[in-house]
Design a protein. Structure first.
Length: 104
């Protein structure tokens, strides 16, 4: 199933605290773009009856059933892409644009 890295979880929890959304779930959604790549969306939200629930690194994640096939086996990380520029990224082997991280 879907998971967060410790760095991503730390940033999600920090954002929830800063935004006054502590206690809310992190909602993830995914859809296919025309080129086959995957579009990812996230935000804090309440749980609904149909949601799939996952707890990763202390963060309660909810995913609508229609997004589960695209997010299954994916990992969300929080990385410094350029000096001083941090971003959430999705590592997803189901995305044709996915490139496994290289060591070093």
């Amino acid at each position: 199933m879907f998971k967060l890295t410790p760095a991503a979880a730390e940033q999600v929890l920090k954002a929830a605290k800063q935004g006054g959304t502590e206690g809310m779930c992190l909602r993830l959604a995914a859809g296919r773009n025309p080129d086959g790549s995957i579009d990812y969306r996230m935000g804090f939200d309440d749980l609904t009856d149909d949601d799939i629930r996952v707890n990763s690194e202390g963060v309660e994640i909810v995913i609508a059933p229609e997004s589960v096939p695209l997010l299954d086996q994916a990992t969300m990380d929080y990385v410094e892409l350029e000096p001083g520029q941090f971003h959430f990224i999705f590592l997803n082997p189901k995305d044709p644009t996915y490139r496994p991280p290289s060591d070093g």
